[in-house]
Design a protein around this ligand. Structure first.
Ligand code: ADP
Length: 282
C-alpha cells in the first residue's frame, strides 16, 4: 500500500475547511497512544421523531480494529453510516453533532460525499457484487472514483483481500458464481482498490458459514495493518477475537463504554456493560 494514505492532507472538500489539531487515542494502560483518524463529537441521529443515537463522542484510532457491539436496534449501524455520510441517503434521518476525518469535519458544507467515500469505504452485511466479471467489479469501483484501472491494481486489491489465489485464472467469470465468502472478499477488494484510509464493515460475516466467517475474521486482522477498520457485529466473541477497541452501545443509542477490547470483556467499568457481556440481557 502506498504511503500516500491521506495522513498529511485528507482531500474531502472542494476548498479546505477548518482543521482540528491532531489528537491521539490513549490505551487503558496509558501506553502506545495511537493517532485518532475518525472522531465523533456529540453525534445524535433522529429518524423522524425517533432518536437513534444520543450524543456519541468517540475517537477511533489509526490502523486498529474498532468494534461496535450492543443489542439489536441500539444504533450501531446508524453510527457506522454517519462515518461516511450514508445517512444522507435516508430521507427521514437528521444528524446533529460532528464527525472528523483527520481533523476535517466531514459534515462541513463543502465536503463532497463521493470524495469522502474514497477515503472511507464500506462493506455491507450481505455481499453485493455487481452482475459483472470479477475483474470488472473492482474496475467499476475505480472508475466511479475516476481512478486509473490497471491489471496491477486489480491483482493487488485481490491479493490484499486474500482472494487472488482462488480467482486469478477466472477474472473474466461472473462474480455471482463465487461462493458467499468469496463474494464478500471480492467486495472488500473492491472497497480497498481505491486506496481508502478507513474501512467500515457492517456485520460483514453474519451471512456467511463458519469457515468463510473465519477467513473474513483473519482478513480483517490483516487489513488493520494498513487500514483503520470499524466493524459492527452482533457477535461478541467475534469482537473479542478480532478487535483492539470495543464500543458498547445500549438501548436508545447510548454509547455506554469504549475501551480496549480486553478491558471491556474482562473488567468493564459499567455494570450495564458487564450484564450485557455476561448475557444477563440483550
Ligand atoms: P443496530 O445496528 O444496533 O441494530 P440501527 O442503527 O440499525 O441499530 O437502528 C437504530 C434505531 O433506528 C432502531 O430503532 C431502528 O429501528 C431505527 N432505524 C434504523 N434505520 C432506520 C431508517 N432508515 N428509518 C427509520 N428508523 C430507522
Amino acid at each position: 500500500m502506498s504511503d500516500t494514505n491521506m495522513n498529511e492532507q485528507t482531500e474531502i472538500t472542494a476548498s479546505s475547511s477548518a482543521q482540528r489539531p491532531e489528537v491521539t487515542t490513549e490505551t487503558s494502560d496509558g501506553e502506545h497512544p495511537s493517532r485518532t483518524v475518525v472522531e465523533s463529537d456529540d453525534l445524535s441521529v433522529y429518524y423522524g421523531e425517533t432518536q437513534a443515537l444520543q450524543d456519541v463522542s468517540l475517537e477511533i484510532p489509526e490502523k486498529q480494529v474498532t468494534a461496535m457491539i450492543g443489542p439489536s436496534g441500539c444504533g450501531k449501524s446508524t453510527f457506522l453510516r454517519c462515518l461516511n455520510r450514508m445517512n444522507d441517503l435516508v430521507d427521514t434521518a437528521r444528524v446533529e453533532g460532528d464527525v472528523y476525518l483527520n481533523g476535517q469535519n466531514i459534515y462541513a458544507d463543502d465536503v463532497e460525499p463521493v470524495a469522502l467515500r474514497r477515503h472511507i469505504g464500506m462493506v455491507f452485511q450481505h455481499p453485493n457484487p455487481f452482475p459483472k466479471s470479477i475483474y470488472d467489479n473492482i474496475a467499476y469501483g475505480l472508475r466511479v472514483q475516476n481512478k486509473e484501472v490497471t491489471d496491477d491494481i486489480i491483482e493487488q486489491s485481490l491479493r490484499r483481500a486474500a482472494l487472488w489465489d482462488e480467482v486469478k485464472d477466472d477474472l473474466d467469470k461472473s462474480a455471482l458464481d463465487l461462493s458467499g465468502g468469496q463474494q464478500q472478499r471480492l467486495c472488500i477488494a473492491r472497497a480497498i482498490a481505491v486506496d481508502p484510509e478507513v474501512l467500515l464493515m457492517d456485520e460483514p460475516a453474519s451471512a456467511l458459514d463458519p469457515i468463510a466467517t473465519s477467513q473474513i475474521e483473519d482478513l480483517i486482522e490483516e487489513l488493520a495493518e494498513e487500514y483503520t477498520v470499524v466493524i459492527v457485529t452482533h457477535n461478541m466473541q467475534q469482537a473479542a477475537r478480532i478487535s483492539d477497541k470495543t464500543a458498547v452501545f445500549l438501548t436508545g443509542g447510548e454509547l455506554v463504554e469504549f475501551d480496549d477490547t480486553n478491558k471491556i470483556f474482562e473488567s468493564p467499568e459499567s455494570q450495564r456493560v458487564e450484564d450485557y457481556i455476561t448475557g444477563k440481557f440483550g
